[in-house]
Design a protein around this ligand. Structure first.
Ligand SMILES: [Zn+2]
Length: 279
């Protein structure tokens, strides 16, 4: 299960296989996970970047499973998730499902879903049933996909294994992110299949732990903001993320902005002329 060699087909269950794209990195962990669901009619979740070798590996995977790719589902339109959809559709004529890209950097604005999915959209075939859960926060158009047969949730970038989810405003929204985590508690979920890293068991622990971690960080933002009285975001980043290596601070700064925007809407923080202060 822990084979993350790009292009290798890994069997996770009788219904679920994984192929990892060759795009490992600081933000992508071992690379983007592309999942193949089904053994006859196959749904592909997150075809990954527009990389011909990866698309060939997905096609080879489907062939060795013995099925044909009928659907392509995208959790969101960051460039490590959806650009492969067009290439894979060109080879399979599969139906592309997801939500178009919002404004912003790192967005696959060429993504053209055949079906615009929303909260509760379903794909049902002989072998399996997948339903969509709208989970904005990391990205406003983010969908998680629940494979009902196995109570397995494909989390995209809403939850990851081994790397921290970045909430980057304006499309990323901390308030929505926490609400989307709370929302997942309403579903029967046995395991989490993230877009980066291995399968995560104990979903309740992971979800609760993530909420707790974010709220602890938020509390630290309030404390440091109160101590510093008035400061710019760079000063605040160094203070709030003093437990995180400095080379990660540019990324942490994005999530800090998301925390500050949440606190601002709750009247707990205030911004004036690039300076932040506690209310
Ligand atoms: Zn993403």
């Amino acid at each position: 299960m822990s084979d993350f060699t790009p292009g290798n087909l890994v069997t996770l269950s009788p219904l679920v296989h994984r192929v990892v794209a060759n795009n490992a990195g600081m933000m992508t962990g071992p690379g983007t996970n592309t999942y193949l669901i089904g053994t006859q009619q196959i749904a592909v979740i997150d075809p990954g970047p527009a990389n011909a070798e990866h698309i060939d590996a997905i096609l080879a995977g489907a062939e060795s499973i013995g099925g044909s790719i009928q659907w392509i589902l995208c959790t969101h339109t960051h460039i490590d998730h959806s650009p492969g959809a067009a290439l894979l559709k060109a080879k399979t004529n599969a139906i592309v499902c997801g939500l178009p890209a919002p404004e912003g950097i790192s967005q696959d604005t060429d993504f053209r879903p055949d079906q615009h999915w929303h909260d509760g959209s379903e794909l049902e075939c002989e072998e399996f049933c997948i339903s969509a859960i709208h989970t904005p926060g990391h990205a406003s158009n983010h969908l998680c996909f629940l494979l009902n047969n196995e109570e397995l949730l494909f989390t995209g970038d809403h939850l990851m294994n081994g790397s921290t989810v970045v909430i980057s405003p304006p499309d990323g929204n901390m308030q929505h992110y926490l609400q989307s985590l709370e929302k997942l508690k309403n579903y029967n979920i046995r395991n989490l299949a993230p877009a980066h890293g291995d399968i995560l068991p104990n979903p309740s622990e992971v979800i609760e732990g993530t909420i707790k971690h974010r709220l602890q960080r938020e509390q630290k933002v309030i404390e440091r903001l109160t101590q510093l009285k008035t400061c710019d975001i760079d000063t605040l980043t160094s203070s709030v993320y003093d437990d995180v290596p400095a080379f990660l601070h540019p990324i942490a700064k994005m999530s800090l902005l998301a925390h500050l925007e949440k606190l601002s809407t709750e009247n707990k923080a205030n911004q004036s002329q690039q300076q932040w202060s506690a209310c």
